[in-house]
Design a protein around this ligand. Structure first.
Ligand SMILES: [Ca+2]
Ligand SMILES: [Ca+2]
Length: 700
């Protein structure tokens, strides 16, 4: 898969940047509060002074109560329900006006026996009858106040009625309570999460040029928002740019979203990147944490963003956000820099049912994570709660552990093994032999000439002995060889440097040496697109032949980087069926995610629609049912990432994607709930026809 493209991009940066460590000095910035002001909020809090009318919708009854309100003293209780529409209605005709995007949020507490899907729905009369638009949904746990929110940009022209109903999507009988409904613009709502924001309209005080000769200034020739932006010029090295110390804005252990808009006037696409330069008190060298970056066209504003998890362990001496470009002389503009903490909008839900518990009688449920997730308090709690297997996404690949010939740095890899041990989680090693993310020098001698076959194999043996040996008894399974098959070659072998120097022999040797280094470890061959018939036949034959020759191979890893349309569940079953015929061969699903996009698609989803989320949920549900059907051979299912906003797919394709089970608020998506209890979800996206809107006038 193309994930290598970005990963390579990242790694080159990291390696080159190691060369420039320690030559950057800092000045302390002046104190500045740059967080946006909160705009007007329309609230319905049931304390007796609400300006908007609220009422029992459908045949429900409502009562204002005061015992355990979410906010203030009072809340409203909805009882006597027989339909999804028997609910609470709020008259919003004078508030949800055209031309703006609004966010409606509120708190709901229900007394159901299990989690219930709730909806915020706009119901209106446009003169031609009563219609509805479902604005947002969330599955809510029983017996606790939970937040629900929905976004809407109304296009209605003078509706005769417009109300918001807060109601279950499927459940028809459960009583529930509502409190603190708020309506505000999307901008105001989202700004609640802002930790830092700079629109570059007044000064550059907190920013510093990065590198000798670099100049930064406010510039009114272009702006993404407001009148001005920050112009960065005079660069002569790729790491030159602009930077801002972060220590006073960010808190260790927390996750932040960093976003900004950039502009350049070059004719060609230019790579612009965000990194954090980090210096720990107990370390001499600087470390560089990748946030995000992409190739950006000239003469247009483009957004770059990414997440940053501030390390929770160790004392941080310096933390500096850096914006730079691969092109060492490129001048560029930035605007609207925002650092936000999504948990200020919605708290992570630590009470969700556990995925690993749900499938404890079937197979391990695993997750691929990066060092950032390991460093984050919230992420690590979620990992421990829901998963009983982890795979380091990049941190055990050759380029990540090798600093030079026979020179290893296992600091980060060790942290994964320690985390797994401490939390009693299984850990898969990924990966020993791959054509990507292996340093170029690995294949060359000290003069830069390609090694001969026996020399390269010797180096490989040493690498496998070193890495597998280090984690003997600790890492239970290894992806020994990754992606060595290319079905477009007549013999099926990818023409990698490995193959070109050694022929296919390196594959068997790798398994033999890994087995020698840790005879207890389960050894896997791992590959993608394993639903392509030619490809799976090459893999099948290779494994069969290896088994026949007594090569110690114990399993096949089916990556399963799939999308919502392809391959089908039936295609995946064909593959599982085929490999299940090899006696004693274990199957693991090793890199599961489900993109919203067909391969190479130009479609762009700014946000996931309910239709897409439900379609994705259905496919995840069918997939896990399939995996359970083959649980005698499938022993582990690993998702390639914890939550959507950290997925590799967003980085590679530079567009929003929603391939995983959790969203950016650590909330279980419909796909998550499908895997926990599919009966919580609706069968389709249609609701029954809404009842008449009662005539209730707002108090003036
Ligand atoms: Ca209240
Ligand atoms: Ca601006």
């Amino acid at each position: 898969m193309k994930k290598k493209v970005l990963k390579l991009f990242v790694s080159v940066f990291v390696i080159v940047n190691f060369l420039i460590t320690g030559i950057i000095s800092f000045v302390q910035p002046e104190t500045k509060t740059a967080v946006a002001q909160t705009a007007a909020i329309t609230s319905v809090n049931f304390e007796g002074k609400d300006k908007l009318a609220f009422f029992a919708y459908g045949n429900a009854k409502i009562a204002v109560k005061q015992d355990t309100a979410k906010e203030g003293k009072k809340y409203v209780s909805v009882v006597n329900r027989k339909s999804i529409w028997d609910s609470l209605g709020i008259d919003v005709k004078d508030v949800l006006t055209r031309g703006k995007t609004w966010v409606v949020s509120g708190y709901v507490r229900h007394s159901g026996k299990k989690p219930i899907l709730f909806s915020i729905t706009a119901v209106y009369n446009d003169g031609k009858g009563i219609k509805y638009v479902q604005l947002g949904e969330r599955v809510l746990m029983p017996n606790k106040w939970e937040k629900i929110s929905a976004k809407w940009k109304p296009t209605l022209k003078n509706p005769t009625d417009l109300i918001i109903a807060i109601h279950p999507t499927v459940d028809k009988t459960t009583s529930y309570d509502v409190d603190n409904v708020q309506i505000m613009t999307e901008e105001a709502y989202m700004s609640q999460a802002d930790v830092f924001k700079d629109m570059f309209e007044s000064n550059t005080t907190v920013w510093q040029p990065r590198g000798d000769g670099v100049k930064i200034k406010l510039d009114n020739s272009r702006s993404h928002d407001g009148d001005k932006s920050l112009y960065v010029s005079g660069r002569t090295a790729f790491w030159h740019g602009v930077q801002i110390p972060l220590t006073k804005y960010l808190v260790p252990g927390k996750s932040y979203r960093i976003s900004m808009w950039v502009y350049h006037t070059s004719m060609d696409k230019q790579g612009i990147m965000l990194t954090v330069q980090r210096k720990m008190a107990d370390e001499q060298q600087y470390r560089y944490d990748w946030i995000g970056g992409s190739q950006i066209e000239g003469d247009g504003w483009a957004q770059i963003n990414g997440n940053y998890n501030v390390p929770k362990s160790g004392k941080i001496e310096e933390l500096v956000l850096c914006i730079s470009s691969w092109n060492p002389t490129l001048s560029f503009w930035i605007d609207d820099v925002t650092i936000s903490d999504p948990t200020r909008i919605q708290q992570p839900n630590y009470d969700l049912p556990s995925l690993k518990e749900r499938y404890k009688n079937d197979f391990k449920v695993g997750v691929a994570i990066g060092y950032g997730e390991l460093m984050s308090d919230v992420d690590s709690q979620f990992i421990v709660k829901h998963f009983n297997s982890i795979t380091p996404g990049n941190e055990m690949k050759p380029e990540s552990v090798l600093r030079g010939p026979d020179n290893y740095d296992f600091t980060v890899a060790d942290a994964f093994v320690d985390f797994a041990k401490k939390n009693n989680i299984a850990i898969r090693g990924h990966t020993l032999v791959w054509h990507n993310q292996t340093p170029d020098w690995f294949f060359k001698d000290s003069n830069g000439n390609l090694l001969k076959k026996d020399e390269l194999l010797k180096r490989l043996k040493n690498h496998i002995y070193t890495v597998v040996g280090r984690y003997k008894g600790k890492i239970y399974a290894w992806d020994v060889v990754n992606e060595a098959i290319d079905e477009t070659q007549p013999d099926g072998y990818r023409r990698s440097t490995w193959y070109n120097i050694c022929g296919p022999e390196y594959i068997e040797k790798a398994f033999i040496w890994a087995h020698e280094a840790d005879p207890q470890a389960k050894l896997f061959y791992n590959d993608y697109n394993t639903e392509i018939p030619q490809k799976r036949m090459f893999i099948y034959n290779m494994i069969k032949n290896m088994k026949a020759k007594g090569i110690p191979i114990h399993g096949v890893g089916l990556q399963c980087h799939i999308n919502i349309d392809n391959p089908s569940v039936e295609d995946i079953e064909e593959t599982i069926k085929l490999f299940s015929t090899i006696p004693g061969l274990e199957i693991q699903i090793t890199e599961l995610d489900m993109s919203f996009y067909q391969w190479g698609s130009s479609v762009y989803y700014v946000e996931p629609s309910k239709e897409m989320l439900l379609k994705q949920a259905k496919k995840y549900y069918e997939l896990f049912n399939l995996f359970r059907k083959y649980k005698n051979v499938i022993k582990s299912v690993t998702l390639w990432g914890l939550k959507d906003d950290n997925s590799w797919l967003r980085g590679v394709f530079n567009k929003p994607d929603f391939p995983l089970l959790f969203d950016e608020y650590y909330d279980g998506k419909l796909a998550f709930w499908a895997l926990i209890d599919n009966s919580i979800l609706p069968q389709d996206t249609n609701l029954t026809a809404p009842p008449a809107i009662p005539k209730i006038k707002a108090k003036k």
